[in-house]
Design a protein around this ligand. Structure first.
Ligand code: NAD
Ligand code: FES
Length: 283
C-alpha cells in the first residue's frame, strides 16, 4: 500500500499527487513511469514520474482526469492509500551531456517534460523549455521548470505568455538559435507538428508516446506503436522514441478508438450511461 502524502490541483482537470514509494523514488530516472493499480477492481494506469524526493521517499504523479479510473484516482485525498505502484518502468530518457536542449510540454505533457529538463540540467546541458496551455489556468509546472533554465509560456488564447501554440515559439527559436536536441511531450498533433518542424533541420527529436497500456510488460500488445516501420511496445521499448520515425496517424487512430470506451465508462460510473459499451476493439 502506498500512502498519498500531498494533493494539489494544478489545472481544471489535472491533479498532482505525491505518493510514498521509497524504492522507486531512489532509483527512478527521467522518462520512466509507473503503473498504478488503485484497488483490486480498478484498471491499471500508466503515469510518468514527474519528480521524486529520495529523502522523503515520495514520487510525484500528475494525473489528467479523463476516464473512470483517473477520476477515481484524483478523488483520493492525502492520507489515503493506493494499492500498487509498480515501477520504475520503461527506458530512461536518451540524454545529451552538453549543448542546448529544447524541452517542449503541451498541456499535461509539461509534467512529463519536467524530469527531462531536470536530468539535462543536472549534467550541465543548457535547457530552454517551451510550455503551452489552452489558457492561463491550464499552464502547469512553469515555476518548477524555471529552476533549469529559460521558460517560454504560450497560451492558445493569449491570456498568459505568448499567444499561440508552442510550435509558434519553437519555430522562432529554431530559426535563430543552435539547438542540439528537442524533446516534445503533449498531444499527438503537437508532437507531430514539432517533429515536422525539426525534420528538415536535422535536429534529433524525441517524443514521449502515451498509447493505452494494460500490463506494462510487453505481453498484452495494448501499447503497440509503429516506429520506423517496426512494431514497438511503448511500455518496454519506450515510451520515448525518435519523433521523425513515429507513425503518428496510427497512434492517433488507436487513441481515438479507445476514447469512446473511456467516455462510456465515466458515464456508467456516474450512473448516466444509457447505451451498451462499444464492442469494437482496436486493431
Ligand atoms: P491541449 O490539447 O490543451 O494542448 C496543450 C498545448 O499543446 C496547446 O496549448 C498547444 O500549445 C499545443 N498543441 C495542441 N495542439 C497542437 C497542434 N495541433 N499543433 C501544435 N501545438 C499544439 O492538451 P491537454 O488537454 O493537456 O492534452 C494533453 C494530451 O497529451 C492528451 O491527449 C494526453 O493523452 C497527452 N499526453 C501525452 C503524454 C505523453 O507522454 N506523450 C503524457 C500525458 C498526456
Ligand atoms: Fe501491454 Fe505494453 S502495455 S504490451
Amino acid at each position: 500500500m502506498h500512502q498519498i502524502l500531498a494533493k494539489q490541483s494544478l489545472s481544471p482537470n489535472v491533479t498532482r499527487l505525491d505518493v510514498h514509494a521509497q524504492r522507486i523514488a531512489e532509483i527512478r530516472q527521467a522518462g520512466q513511469f509507473v503503473i498504478v493499480h488503485l484497488n483490486e477492481n480498478s484498471e491499471r494506469i500508466p503515469l510518468t514520474i514527474a519528480d521524486s524526493n529520495p529523502a522523503t521517499g515520495t514520487i510525484t504523479l500528475v494525473i489528467q482526469a479523463v476516464g473512470k479510473s483517473t477520476n477515481e484516482l484524483v478523488a483520493l485525498n492525502a492520507g489515503e492509500f493506493i494499492r500498487d505502484v509498480a515501477g520504475p518502468l520503461g527506458h530512461p530518457t536518451e540524454m545529451i551531456t552538453s549543448g542546448h536542449a529544447l524541452c517542449i510540454g503541451g498541456g499535461v505533457g509539461t509534467a512529463v517534460a519536467h524530469p527531462i529538463a531536470q536530468g539535462l540540467n543536472k549534467v550541465g546541458v543548457r535547457v530552454t523549455s517551451v510550455i503551452g496551455g489552452r489558457s492561463k489556468e491550464w499552464v502547469i509546472f512553469e515555476n518548477e521548470l524555471k529552476r533549469y533554465g529559460n521558460v517560454i509560456v504560450c497560451t492558445d488564447d493569449g491570456s498568459y505568455g505568448r499567444k499561440g501554440f508552442v510550435t509558434d515559439a519553437v519555430k522562432e527559436i529554431l530559426a535563430k538559435e543552435k539547438v542540439d536536441i528537442v524533446y516534445a511531450v503533449g498531444p499527438v498533433p503537437m508532437m507531430r507538428a514539432v517533429a515536422n518542424l525539426t525534420r528538415g533541420l536535422g535536429v534529433h527529436t524525441i517524443v514521449s508516446l502515451n498509447p493505452v497500456m494494460i500490463d506494462g510488460t510487453g505481453m498484452c500488445g495494448g501499447c503497440r506503436v509503429s516506429v520506423g516501420n517496426e512494431t514497438k511496445f511503448a511500455c518496454v521499448d519506450g515510451p520515448e522514441f525518435d519523433g521523425h520515425t513515429v507513425n503518428f496517424d496510427e497512434l492517433q487512430d488507436r487513441l481515438s478508438t479507445y476514447r469512446e470506451f473511456e467516455q462510456r465508462s465515466v458515464a456508467c460510473a456516474r450512473g448516466t450511461c444509457r447505451m451498451e459499451m462499444p464492442t469494437t476493439t482496436p486493431a
